[in-house]
Design a protein around this ligand. Structure first.
Ligand SMILES: [Zn+2]
Length: 154
């Protein structure tokens, strides 16, 4: 009897054929919802490691972000300029289909949206961490629970 050829998904509880390269680590099947859960779980595990617990609100992190911003001034406020490469052309061709989705700023807008997503992740991670630990005062009295880490406000 060989029952080990199948794994049981921790999310939906169904049996699935694991990827042979990943048999030892895989705990979830390939359904989109389960993959998402798998990713969330590993993120949670990562955050729970002692060395990562202050990753998003520690002074070192704030400093790291500040340094990065100093090195990349106005990164997400870049205006349309003469330095636009081929990417911009691609966007402009897409505008015909996506006029609503990609406003006039094109690439700069994309970067802006992306940086916002990253910050949102920071905030979410920070909130989750506070819920788990309940001992970090950052973010409690901030607007909408955003946190008062100077690097991620504004
Ligand atoms: Zn599943």
């Amino acid at each position: 009897m060989k029952g080990s050829a199948k794994g049981k998904c921790l999310c939906c509880g169904e049996f699935y054929p694991p990827d042979h390269r990943n048999v030892r680590h895989q705990r979830y099947c390939s359904k989109p919802a389960c993959r998402k859960e798998s990713k969330a779980q590993s993120q949670r595990r990562w955050q729970q490691r002692p060395e990562n617990q202050n990753y998003f609100c520690s002074p070192e992190n704030c400093q790291r972000v500040k340094d990065w911003r100093k090195r990349n001034p106005g990164y997400w406020r870049k205006k349309k300029s003469s330095t636009q490469g081929p990417l911009q052309e691609v966007f402009q061709r897409q505008v015909a289909h996506n006029e609503e989705l990609i406003p006039k700023h094109g690439l700069a807008q994309q970067r802006y949206v992306k940086s916002h997503r990253i910050l949102a992740n920071c905030r979410r991670a920070e909130r989750d961490r506070q819920r788990d630990l309940g001992d970090c005062k950052a973010g409690r009295e901030g607007e909408g629970g955003v946190g008062n880490c100077p690097a991620i406000v504004g």
